[in-house]
Design a protein around this ligand. Structure first.
Ligand code: 5AD
Ligand code: SF4
Length: 435
C-alpha cells in the first residue's frame, strides 16, 4: 500500500530547498507526497528560529496535530530544522509535545532515513541533535518542486556573528562545497531543462575552495545555454568589485542583487557587528550602478534593534530613499536567546518598533510602486513559472525579480516570454504577450 508524506516548511529559501532534500530522502524510502496533512503517514516540520514569530508559528502547528495523532496513532511526526538545534530546545519540544516521534537537528538531516527506521522499531521518541557541524554533503538528491527554478547550495553555515542573529549558533561555521561538484550539478540541471539557477549560501562572498566566489560564478556562467543565474545572500562587507565585473561580463547573470543593509545608522551597524559603514555600503552601490546601471538592488532592514533612537531610524529611512531599493524585507528586531544583542541595554518598546515598521513598510512600498509604474508600456522578458488559478493567468519574473502576470491559451511554464506591460498593481505587473 502506498505511504504518503507531507512537509511543512518555515522560513527562508534555504529551508525551502532543505525541504526538497527531505522530500528526496522520503521518496527514496518509497513515500509519495500528499497535499493534506490528514492523509499523511509521515509529517515533517522543517522549522526556522530566526525570529520569534517563525518559532511560534511552528509551535502552534505542531500543537494542532495532537488530536490527529490520537486518531491516527501510526502517523509519524518529525520535527527538524534550526529550531531544534538551539541549545536545550529539543528537550523542551519533547516535553511539550510528547507525541512527536522524531526530533532532528540541522546537521542530522541526512540521517532522517535511519531515524525513521529506528522509530519504526521503537515506541520511544528518537531525538538526534548533533553538536558538531557535520560534513558537507555533496550528493544530495533533492526532489525539486519548483521547475523551472532550481536552488543549489554552495556553502553552509556562517562565521559573521551579527549580534542579533541566531544562524551561526544553529547552522555552524562556514563550510564550502567542492567547486567541481557545484559546477557539475548546475550543468546537469541546465541539461535537464531548468531555466533559473540560484546559488545559495548565508554569505556566498566568503565561498572558498580551489576558487573564489567570483571565479566560481564566472565558470558557471560561461556557457551558451540560455538560463538565468542568481545568487544569495551577499554580505556587504565582502561584496567585491571583482564580483561586479563578473556580473557585468556574462549575460546570463541577472542584474539583480540582494544586499542586506539592516540599518542606515553607523552606530546601529557597529552594535550589530556588521563591519561596514553606511558610507562604505553606498560606495559599493555606486560602483555597482556605475558598471551595471540597470541593476535592481533588494535588501533586508531591521527596526527596533537595542539602542535604536529616532534619529537612527530616520537615517534608515534616508538610506532607503538614497539607494532606491527595488524591494526590501522589513523586520522588527526579535530577541534571540544566546545572541549578544539579547543582553544589550536599550531594548526598544514594542509600540515604538510597531510605529517604525509601519512607516518603513509604507516607504518601501511607495518606492516599489513608483518603480512599477515606470514599467507600464515597456516590453519585458518573463520566465514563466506557474499558473495562477484564481486570476486565470500565467506568472513569472523578469531578471530584476519583478513579478508579471499574463494570459495565454498555451502552457508556457518554463519558457521565456516577452510581455508588454499594461498595468502596474503595487509590486506586480500585468501585461499581454508581445507580438
Ligand atoms: N530579528 C529580526 N530580524 C532578523 N534577521 C536575522 N535575525 C533577526 C532578528 N533576531 C533578519 C536579517 C537577515 C534576515 C535573513 O533576517 O535582516 O538579513
Ligand atoms: Fe546572520 Fe549575519 Fe550570518 Fe546573515 S551574515 S546569517 S545576518 S550572522
Amino acid at each position: 500500500m502506498e505511504k504518503f508524506y507531507h512537509i511543512v516548511t518555515y522560513g527562508c529559501q534555504m529551508n525551502v530547498h532543505e525541504s526538497e532534500k527531505i522530500a528526496g530522502i522520503l521518496s527514496g524510502l518509497g513515500y509519495v507526497g500528499c497535499d493534506r496533512i490528514e492523509d499523511a503517514d509521515i509529517v515533517v516540520f522543517n522549522t526556522c528560529c530566526i525570529r520569534e514569530n517563525a518559532e511560534n508559528h511552528a509551535f502552534g502547528n505542531i500543537g494542532m496535530l495532537k488530536k490527529l495523532k490520537q486518531s491516527k496513532k501510526d502517523m509519524i511526526i518529525a520535527v527538524g530544522g534550526c529550531l531544534t538545534q538551539q541549545m536545550g530546545r529539543a528537550e523542551d519540544l519533547h516535553e511539550k509535545f510528547p507525541y512527536v516521534d522524531i526530533i532532528f537537528g540541522t546537521h542530522n538531516l541526512h540521517s532522517l532515513g535511519d531515524l525513521i527506521c529506528r522509530k519504526l522499531k521503537s515506541r520511544k521518541a528518537v531525538i538526534e541533535i548533533e553538536e558538531s557541524e557535520g560534513a558537507v554533503c555533496e550528493d544530495d538528491k533533492p526532489l525539486r518542486t519548483s521547475y523551472p527554478n532550481a536552488w543549489v547550495n554552495i556553502m553552509y553555515g556562517c562565521n559573521n556573528f551579527c549580534s542579533y542573529c541566531i544562524v551561526p549558533y544553529v547552522r555552524g561555521r562556514e563550510r564550502s562545497r567542492r567547486s567541481e561538484n557545484i559546477i557539475r550539478e548546475v550543468r546537469s540541471l541546465v541539461d535537464e531543462g531548468y531555466k533559473e539557477i540560484t546559488l545559495l549560501g548565508q554569505n556566498v562572498n566568503s565561498y572558498r575552495d580551489d576558487m573564489s566566489f567570483p571565479e566560481l560564478l564566472a565558470k558557471i556562467a560561461d556557457t551558451d545555454a540560455k538560463f538565468r543565474l542568481r545568487f544569495m545572500t551577499s554580505h556587504p562587507k565582502d561584496f567585491s568589485r571583482e564580483l561586479v565585473e563578473v556580473m557585468a561580463s556574462y549575460p546570463n547573470i541577472c542584474h539583480c542583487l540582494h544586499l542586506p543593509v539592516q540599518s542606515g545608522s553607523n552606530a546601529v551597524l557597529a552594535a550589530m557587528n556588521r563591519r561596514y559603514t553606511v558610507e562604505q555600503y553606498l560606495e559599493k552601490v555606486e560602483y555597482l550602478r556605475s558598471r551595471i546601471p540597470d541593476c535592481a538592488i533588494t535588501t533586508d532592514l531591521i527596526v527596533g534593534f537595542p539602542g535604536e533612537t529616532d534619529a537612527d531610524f530616520e537615517a534608515t529611512c534616508d538610506l532607503v530613499g538614497k539607494v532606491g531599493f527595488a524591494s526590501a524585507f522589513t523586520f522588527v528586531y526579535s530577541k534571540r536567546t544566546g545572541t549578544k544583542a539579547a543582553s544589550m541595554p536599550g531594548q526598544v518598546p514594542e509600540e515604538v518598533s510597531k510605529e517604525r515598521i509601519i512607516r518603513l513598510v509604507d516607504l518601501v512600498n511607495s518606492q516599489t510602486r513608483e518603480l512599477s509604474k515606470g514599467y507600464v508600456g515597456r516590453t519585458i522578458e518573463i520566465l514563466c513559472e506557474d499558473y495562477d488559478k484564481k486570476r486565470g493567468m500565467y506568472l513569472g519574473r523578469d531578471e530584476y525579480g519583478r513579478m508579471g502576470y499574463f494570459a495565454s491559451n498555451k502552457d508556457l511554464v518554463g519558457s521565456f516570454v516577452k510581455i508588454k506591460v499594461e498595468q502596474a498593481n503595487g509590486v506586480s505587473l500585468t501585461g499581454s504577450i508581445a507580438e
